[in-house]
Design a protein around this ligand. Structure first.
Ligand code: ARG
Length: 275
């Protein structure tokens, strides 16, 4: 069952005030006025595509809360019940974001599932990316999520999990180097994976579209989002990439997320799909 709603968090308190990944640089702060405009544009894109955009109120002191891909892993269980696994954030600056999401999901009637004590970090859909059509989870590990978390995720969801180790420190979440377009097509930045894991990816997708490393670094194009198997929302300016996708028959929607890239995130990071 494909989700039809999008969860976003207004960037009222968005900024870069610590250096939590290779892109965050205190000497290169985002322009907040511009960031708000970019976020509004992205929200409008989802609305125009027919998705209902739901907002979680931003909390003061949480500059990364705008990246709603990371705090929760919602799913529908085999009995059709809405459940959500809460993340354990790796960076201390983000840990307390999760409680706002817990409240949000409780209000919407989701059953809350917590990770056991022995799991120290798991950042949900930054790393655990769903193929909604085949009901498979691709799980990145090694930087923001622990491999061991996926045994629990498999147990909670009852779904197959394909684990992928992230070996490039710049590509710190799976969504910075791997984006599912539909059950045949995936885009990847090859530099993120070992040769064994590249083979694993090939065995799950008929068409593996490889992005030029520089283009991914400059535009975060692998952080694109295809919410419906047709339209691909992507940071503007990744010309080779968009050309390749157009050749495969996808419709490209370019948008500027430059101020969020300064925090290490783009389109995919700023949303969570919900039912
Ligand atoms: N500054 C945020 C962090 O380092 C960016 C998160 C981006 N989210 C993502 N799903 N890749 O945690």
């Amino acid at each position: 069952m494909r989700p039809d709603k999008i969860l976003m968090c207004p960037p009222d308190y968005f900024t870069v005030e610590y250096e939590g990944n290779m892109f965050m640089d205190l000497k290169n702060p985002p322009d907040i006025r511009k960031a708000k405009e970019q976020w509004n544009n992205l929200k409008l894109i989802y609305t125009k595509l027919g998705f209902e955009v739901i907002l979680i109120p931003p909390a003061k002191g949480f500059p990364d809360m705008v990246f709603t891909a990371n705090q929760s892993f919602p799913f529908v269980n085999e009995n059709g019940k809405l459940q959500v696994i809460l993340s354990k954030m790796k960076n201390s600056q983000r840990k307390d974001e999760v409680k706002y999401f817990k409240d949000f999901y409780e209000q919407r009637g989701y059953e809350i599932l917590n990770l056991p004590e022995e799991i120290e970090f798991f950042e949900s859909m930054g790393d655990a990316i769903m193929d909604y059509k085949r009901n498979i989870i691709f799980g990145g590990y090694g930087q923001r999520s622990q491999r061991e978390a996926y045994r629990i995720i498999e147990n909670y969801t009852g779904l197959e999990v394909v684990t992928l180790e992230l070996i490039n420190p710049y590509l710190y979440h799976l969504d910075t180097c791997f984006s599912i377009l539909d059950n045949n097509n995936v885009v990847i930045d090859e530099t993120a994976f070992s040769s064994d894991d590249l083979k694993k990816i090939q065995s799950y997708f008929k068409n593996v579209i490889v992005i030029d490393r520089k283009e991914n670094m400059n535009s975060f194009a692998c952080n694109c989002h295809c919410p419906d198997g047709k339209n691909v929302i992507v940071q503007s300016g990744a010309d080779n990439f968009t050309h390749k996708l157009q050749t495969e028959g996808f419709n490209i929607i370019e948008t500027d997320t430059s101020e969020f890239i300064k925090s290490g995130g783009s389109v995919f990071c700023m949303k969570m799909m919900l039912w």
